[in-house]
Structures are given as C-alpha cells and as structure tokens.
Design a protein around this ligand. Structure first.
Ligand code: HEC
Length: 370
C-alpha cells in the first residue's frame, strides 16, 4: 500500500501546513473597547442619519426617500457578515462610486482619519448582532483546483483546455452555489466535454458544504463537503467526492488555501484517487479590480498504480500558476486564468489552460459595480 503511505507523507503539505501557521496576537481588550466607543460615537454622529441608529435604514424617512437608493442595512447579519471590511474601507474612504455604488454614499477620507474609519467599521460589524455566519474576510479567492472553504452565493463557468499530443480536449463546468442557513452551502455542477469529434455531458454533481470552524480573529475557516458524481452518459461510473477545505489569512498580503479530497469510483475501486491541493495568493492590492497572482500545487495519489511499463508514479504532481483578475470595480465579477503543468508522469498531458468566469451574485447583478 505504497499510495496510502504517500498520502500521509504529503498531507502535512496541504492541510496541516496551514493549521500550524501562527495565531494573530490578540489586541489589548481596553484598546479594542476604546475603538468601539469611538466607532459608536462616529456612527451616531455621521452615519446614523442615513443608515439608521441601529444599522437598519428607516425606509419611511424623508431623507432616505430622497436618496433614491436604500442605504446598506448593517443590522442584517447575513449582509453584515459577508462583506469584507477591506471593501467597506474603500467605500467609506473614497465614497460609493469607488466600488460602483451610488454617489449618495459620501466619501469620508477627507474628514475622518484612517483610525476613525477603522473604528467605525469595527463598530458597524457589531450591528449585525450575535450570529454564526463566517466573516466575509474569510471569503478568499476561488482557486482553480483547490476547493474553497467559504460558503458563497455564486455562479462559476469553468473551462479547461487540455493539450496532449494533438489529442486535445475542452471541458466546461457550470457551477451554481447558494448559501443554506448560516454555515451551509448547496452545490450544483454540470460538466460538458468536447474531445476529438465527440461532445457529451460528463457529470451532474450535486453536493453540500458545511463550515466546521470559522474564526475571523485568527483568520481561518475549515469546511467539510461532499459531492456525488452522477454520470450522464453510459460508460462512466458513479463517483463520491468528499473533501475538507481550509482557508487561512497569513498576513495582509498573503492567503493560503488547501484541500484534501478523495474521488471514490463507486463502480471500480481501482480508480479511487486521493487529491491534495494548496495555493498561496498575493492579495495586497488597493482595489478589488486588480490582478492577484497565485501559485497552486496539486498532488494526486492513485490508489492503484497499474502495471509496468505504464505504472504510475505514487504521487502525481502538477503546478498551476494563475491570476485572479477583478473585472468590475467591486471585484465580484472576475476571471481566474492559469496554466497547469505536470511535474511528473508527463504523458498525462502536455499542459492545460484554465479560465474561470466568476460571478459572486450576492454583491450585485452582472451589470452592477462597473
Ligand atoms: C447621506 C447618506 C449617507 C451617509 C451620511 C452615510 N452613508 Fe453609507 N451609504 C449610503 C447609501 C445610499 C449607500 C448604498 C449605496 C448603494 O447601494 O449604491 C451606502 C453604503 C454604505 C456602505 C457600503 C455597503 C455595501 O453595500 O457593501 C458602507 C460600508 C457605508 N455606507 C458606510 C457608511 C459609514 C461608515 C458612514 C458614516 C461614516 C456612512 N456610510 C454614512 C448613504 C449614506
């Protein structure tokens, strides 16, 4: 059972490496309290007229009606939790239009210090009340192969073009993900493939994801998920695909994500594969409309390696440099493009080009935020 040994050998590289990363130093309690008091003061003095004293705008007030757009409702825990503070900071500093919102949301960068803006944003985060939604800061960029831990509402169109000795293949995956309750997410995926002259639907993969742990303070999220692969053509086998996904904010500039997944072939146990993937992203840009490079490493461990002369390596490695490209100002409409190269067992393919189109629809429609 060479392959099982290998699983243990590389598991630390993906999941555990992240778990071991240091814990952020806690802010002194009174310093944090002082910030909240200051934030409360600023909120009441400046923001409450439009956003409402408790964080929910008063739809009947003459002022709110005159704005022509309803100010954000910070008392709604789902909305409050899912928005990353870094995006809010841009809006409060530079005004609504900076992220494609209404100009009725004024810019405060001239009148409030950066410290005050941080204080009011920290205060606003408390207006969502007690809840168990993971914080939007943990919503890290969707990688190409590594599974994402954060439960998000999104549409993703994934394309993969495989180049292999003139025998090329093009695969499309359409993915719809939607939040269920505070920690859950439903997944619906449909695969379509074109190879040679053949086109066919590959799999329908429904699934469910559940956040096991999320901790904004220490910057990590851990999620368990499973999908079932329902073959849409005869000749393909049923699959069961459970995984653990992990996300970690390493610093203001770097994030780490990783997963451990097993692809169980329910009709042919020789085709089970364990898969480990991890990625670091650089995230330190001033705006969501930016190019964010990342480097991903994938290790696949076949349970059965076959016979000589075509016996597979115990671990099949590939590397996948990529870039997240924010298209609109809000960055909720984005591309992720990358190229994957096999590092060993190179007859698998020469290289693969990947393009994802991502639309996080909770942050606005396809025509908003430009
Ligand atoms: C004159 C009214 C007004 C005032 C004063 C105001 N806002 Fe706003 N704010 C708005 C409106 C309107 C929007 C929604 C814009 C949209 O949806 O296009 C908004 C949006 C926001 C958002 C973006 C939320 C999102 O959708 O992601 C944040 C954050 C915010 N305001 C914070 C503040 C803070 C903090 C203050 C006080 C320092 C403040 N606002 C003062 C009107 C106001």
């Amino acid at each position: 059972m060479q392959s099982v040994k290998s699983i243990f050998a590389i598991a630390p590289l993906s999941l555990l490496a992240g778990l071991a990363v240091s814990v952020a130093a806690p802010v002194a309690a009174d310093e944090a309290d002082a910030g909240l008091v200051r934030g409360d003061e600023i909120y009441r003095g400046i923001c409450a007229t439009c956003h409402g004293p408790e964080g929910g705008p008063d739809h009947d007030s003459a002022l709110v009606k005159s704005l022509g757009v309803v100010p954000a409702n910070f008392a709604d825990p789902l909305f409050n939790s899912r928005e990353p503070m870094s995006d809010w900071k841009i809006v409060v500093t530079y005004g609504g239009p900076a992220l494609g919102f209404s100009e009725q949301m004024p810019a405060f960068g001239g009148s409030l210090s950066e410290q005050d803006i941080d204080a009011v944003l920290t205060y606003i985060k408390t207006l969502g009340g007690e809840h168990d939604y993971p914080d939007g800061d943990l919503n890290l960029f969707l990688p190409i192969r590594t599974k994402k831990a954060f439960p998000e509402d999104e549409w993703v169109w994934k394309q993969r073009y495989t180049v292999k000795d003139g025998d090329n293949a093009w695969r499309n995956v359409f993915e719809y993900e939607f939040r269920v309750g505070q920690r859950g997410q439903g997944i619906l995926e449909l695969t379509h493939e074109v190879e040679g002259g053949d086109t066919n639907f590959g799999y329908f993969e429904p699934g469910f994801k559940y956040v096991l742990r999320h901790d904004r303070r220490n910057g990590f999220i851990l999620t368990a998920a499973a999908q079932v692969g329902v073959p849409l053509e005869s000749g393909s086998n049923w699959l069961f695909l459970p995984y653990l996904a992990y996300g970690k904010i390493l610093s203001d500039a770097w994030t780490l994500q990783s997963h451990a997944r097993i692809k169980f072939d329910l009709e042919d146990s020789d085709r089970h594969v364990a898969e480990f993937a991890g990625i670091v992203h650089w995230v330190d840009a001033p705006r969501p409309r930016w190019v964010f490079p990342g480097l991903e490493l994938v290790a696949e461990v076949p349970f059965e390696r076959g016979e000589e002369p075509n016996r597979k390596e115990a671990v099949q490695w590939s590397v996948l440099p990529q870039a997240r490209i924010g298209l609109n100002k809000r960055g909720n409409i984005a591309l992720n493009v990358g190229v994957e190269f096999p590092l060993n067992d190179r007859d698998r393919y020469d290289w693969r080009a990947w393009v994802y189109f991502i639309w996080d629809f909770a942050d606005g429609g396809l025509r908003e935020g430009w």
